[in-house]
Write a protein that binds this ligand. Structure first.
Ligand code: F3S
Length: 296
């Protein structure tokens, strides 16, 4: 059996930056509070807690003497205001790609346009984006939901369309195609980040040549779940948070197994999964390689 590991598996630039920043502060002896779990990975969050980091839901809950880390998902403007009102020291790890969407959201409000956000309305990144516009704003999960929102009332002053950075590329393309047919000059900003695009693209390429895809990542991680769904369109896809959840029955009889991981999955967990899979397979039957070319 051959195992092929995706090149893009694991931490993206924004998550890596937030994690390094937080570990760095803890090493300097700073008492750190994160607004929500730093990343959608329970193992990494537990490690940070063991080193003294606390998780709070609101600026009001930050204990005295603690400094605050804003995670890569970003937060609404009202949260920055509340942090400022308390005079807290803030380390802002909002991913620059998310910060760019915040600027677009503010611009939509300033221009009096309706902001339409492709994404999951319950995801913190989307709640952050929504909280940076003063105008009217709607969130849609797919083309069907978008169509319902495009009423004359909602669109009379023009629309600004953005996507959650981890939105599914194929769904976004469907929505953009539709909008371009219906409106002559829609303001559409492709804000899906490169890390998401590359991971989904590679997951699709890999899934096409594998009998099984193992996707490693937090169950709450939006980008990990998207990889499961992209891979699952082409082959059997199994999701695990850790090596303990692997089931050897999944790859019984399989010739090639692909392994990828979400943007918030630490490399240590990916390595554990790979070595645990290798142990389950007789050495003489195993070959291992990294994805070389992800062109479709
Ligand atoms: Fe940033 Fe994209 Fe990662 S928005 S946090 S680089 S998934």
């Amino acid at each position: 059996m051959k195992i092929i590991k995706a090149k893009t598996a694991g931490f993206c630039f924004g998550v890596d930056r937030a994690v390094k920043l937080t570990y760095g502060l803890l090493e300097q002896g700073v008492r750190v509070a994160t607004l929500g779990p730093l990343i959608h990975n329970p193992q990494c969050v537990a490690d940070l807690a063991a080193r003294g980091a606390v998780i709070v839901d609101t600026p009001e809950q930050v204990p005295d003497g603690y400094e605050v880390v804003v995670r890569s998902h970003g937060v609404p403007q009202c949260v920055y205001d509340a942090l400022g009102a308390r005079g807290l020291v803030v380390h802002d790890a909002t991913c620059p790609f998310v910060a760019k969407i915040h600027r677009l959201a503010r611009r939509a409000g300033e221009e009096g346009k309706t902001l339409l956000v492709a994404g999951d309305k319950n995801h913190p990144e989307v709640q952050g984006i929504v909280g940076h516009t003063r105008g009217s704003v709607f969130v849609f999960a797919d083309l069907e939901e978008l169509k319902v929102l495009l009423t004359p009332e909602n669109t009379k002053n023009g629309i600004f369309v953005v996507a959650q950075t981890t939105f599914e590329v194929k769904k976004w393309q469907e929505c953009v195609e539709f909008l371009k047919k219906v409106y002559t000059n829609p303001s559409i900003f492709d804000t899906i980040c490169n890390a998401t695009w590359a991971r989904q693209h590679e997951a699709e390429c890999l899934a096409r040549q594998c009998d099984l895809m193992v996707v490693i990542g937090g169950r709450q991680s939006s980008n990990t779940q998207k990889l499961v769904s992209v891979a699952g369109r082409h082959t059997k896809a199994a999701a695990v948070e850790t090596a303990q959840e692997l089931d050897p029955a999944w790859w019984r009889g399989a010739g090639t197994v692909g392994v990828t991981a979400g943007a918030s999955t630490p490399s240590s967990i990916i390595e554990e999964v790979l070595s645990s899979m290798s142990e389950e397979i007789r050495e003489e039957e195993l070959s291992f390689e990294e994805m070389i070319d992800a062109s479709l």
